[in-house]
Every structure is written in structure tokens, then in C-alpha cells.
Design a protein around this ligand. Structure first.
Ligand SMILES: Nc1ncnc2c1ncn2[C@@H]1O[C@H](COP(=O)(O)OP(=O)(O)OP(=O)(O)O)[C@@H](O)[C@H]1O
Ligand SMILES: O=P(O)(O)OC[C@H]1O[C@H](OP(=O)(O)OP(=O)(O)O)[C@H](O)[C@@H]1O
Length: 221
């Protein structure tokens, strides 16, 4: 019997796209996994030694970095924020596409010139990435850390600007904000605990390859 293998996947948006990908790789969770009312956190799969844990997006990286899970699926936004050295991210899964952008109220944007910024106050879920982004162009960023609903912060005077995920742009538009610049393009990645990848190479390397093949493979119509 092989050692237990735990794969961490985020609740929320990526999950919907991740499930068909996992199925193509040959991993199908028990029915309760897709039941949003289920309070269980760990789920069996069609492979007796493989289980899935369903955790918050940022926590996927933490579970895998500490070896509590061997594999995970996580947005590259999370990897850019934490830069865990214990994580190996070998496959861009081509799902969860969006971007991280700087945005500000439309009225401010009308008279603003980003080239003149020397200091900005930014509400964000990504303080580390935000500071690095602005530092690289000589701007000091003072960050107010929020965990969601960043788009309301400028309207209430908490910060002038935000750094957050943008996909359709609808959330920005509905809150009177406009995108000023893109910080990075985002997509979901397969992550592997580096120590596990070395110690269990015979098992994990072919599994990583299957993810790579299924990611590259054309989708059935
Ligand atoms: N609008 C979007 N379009 C595409 N992908 C997105 C979008 N928003 C988030 N993502 C991706 O999905 C991941 C999880 O985002 P989601 O918004 O579902 O989590 P969350 O609700 O903020 O997480 P949590 O509540 O666990 O903190 C993000 O890290 C990002 O990679
Ligand atoms: O450009 P859009 O298509 O409007 O998408 C962007 C929104 O999607 C994400 O939030 P999500 O809806 O996942 O909720 P959250 O605030 O709980 O993270 C992100 O934080 C934005 O608020």
C-alpha cells in the first residue's frame, strides 16, 4: 500500500475548474467534496491512498510548504505574495486566469499621473507583493491589509488606491474604480512540497507529468 498522498485545493473560484482537471489526471473525489453544505475538510477519492483537503486559497500554500499536504493547486498571486522556498511550482495549470492590478477612484484617475507618485497608501490582500511592485519603481507603498472587499476602501477613505485581482472588471466598475496598471498576470499552478518531491520522486514525478499532459491536452468538445 503506497503512503497517503494529500492534495490541497482551494475553496472558491479555482475549485470549479480544478475538478475536471483532477478527473482527467485520474483523481475523482467522493460526492461530498462538491457539496457546499458539507462541513468535512478531508475527502477520499477513487484512489485509496489519495485524499483531497479543501482549504482557503492562501492556506493551500501553507499546508504544502510545511509538508502537511504533498501537492496543491493555488493561484500564482498567492505564490508571489509568500515566495515559500519549500514549494516547487512545476506546472501552469492554465485555469483561474485573472490579473493583479492597481486601481483608484475614477475622479482621482482623471487628474492623476502615476509617474509622479512618491508615496501611496494602498488597501490590499497582497502587502508584500504590493510593496515590491512599488519599490521597483522608487515609490514607497504604505499598505492597509484587508482580506476581501478591497474595492470599498477608497470610497470610505481607508486608502486612495487598491491592489487586487481583476477579471471582468465588473467589481471595479460597480464601485467607481478604474484600473491604473497591471502588476502581474495570474493563473493557477500545481505546487509540490520540495522534500516530498525528492523523497517520493518515483510516485510524484509521474503524477506531475500527468498534470502537465492534461493541462496541455486539447479539451474535448
Ligand atoms: N475574479 C477572478 N477570476 C479568476 N480567478 C480569480 C478571481 N478571483 C480570484 N481568483 C483566483 O482564485 C483564487 C481564490 O480566490 P477567491 O476569491 O475564490 O478566494 P477568496 O474568496 O478570496 O479566498 P478566501 O475566502 O479563502 O480568502 C485567487 O487566489 C486567484 O488565484
Ligand atoms: O473583475 P471581476 O470579474 O469583477 O473579479 C474581481 C473580483 O473577484 C475576486 O473576488 P471574489 O468575487 O472571488 O470575492 P472575494 O472578495 O471574497 O475574494 C477579486 O477579489 C475581485 O473582487
Amino acid at each position: 500500500m503506497p503512503q497517503p498522498l494529500i492534495i490541497a485545493v482551494p475553496k472558491g473560484r479555482i475549485l470549479k475548474e480544478a475538478l475536471p482537471l483532477l478527473a482527467r489526471v485520474g483523481i475523482e473525489p467522493e460526492a461530498a467534496f462538491s457539496d457546499e453544505d458539507s462541513r468535512a475538510l478531508r475527502f477520499a477519492t477513487n484512489q485509496p491512498h489519495v485524499s483531497l483537503i479543501r482549504v482557503r486559497a492562501f492556506d493551500v500554500a501553507t499546508f504544502v510548504a510545511h509538508g502537511a499536504a504533498q501537492l496543491g493547486i493555488v493561484g500564482s498571486d498567492v505564490l508571489m505574495e509568500f515566495a515559500y522556498s519549500e514549494l516547487y511550482a512545476p506546472v501552469d495549470l492554465g485555469i483561474g486566469h485573472c490579473r493583479i492590478s492597481v486601481a483608484e477612484p475614477a475622479a482621482l484617475a482623471a487628474r492623476d499621473d502615476p509617474r509622479g507618485w512618491s508615496h501611496v497608501r494602498v488597501a490590499t490582500k497582497y502587502p508584500s507583493l504590493t510593496r515590491r511592485h512599488f519599490e521597483a519603481r522608487g515609490v514607497q507603498a504604505e499598505c492597509v491589509k484587508l482580506n476581501g472587499a478591497m474595492e470599498i476602501a477608497p470610497l470610505l477613505g481607508l486608502a486612495d488606491r487598491i491592489v487586487d485581482l481583476v477579471s471582468s472588471g465588473r467589481t471595479l466598475a460597480e464601485n467607481g474604480l478604474v484600473e491604473i496598471e497591471t502588476v502581474a498576470e495570474v493563473s493557477a499552478r500545481l505546487i509540490v512540497n520540495r522534500a516530498a518531491f525528492k523523497l517520493r520522486a518515483a510516485e510524484l514525478a509521474p503524477l506531475v507529468e500527468r498534470f502537465r499532459e492534461q493541462t496541455a491536452a486539447p479539451r474535448a468538445a
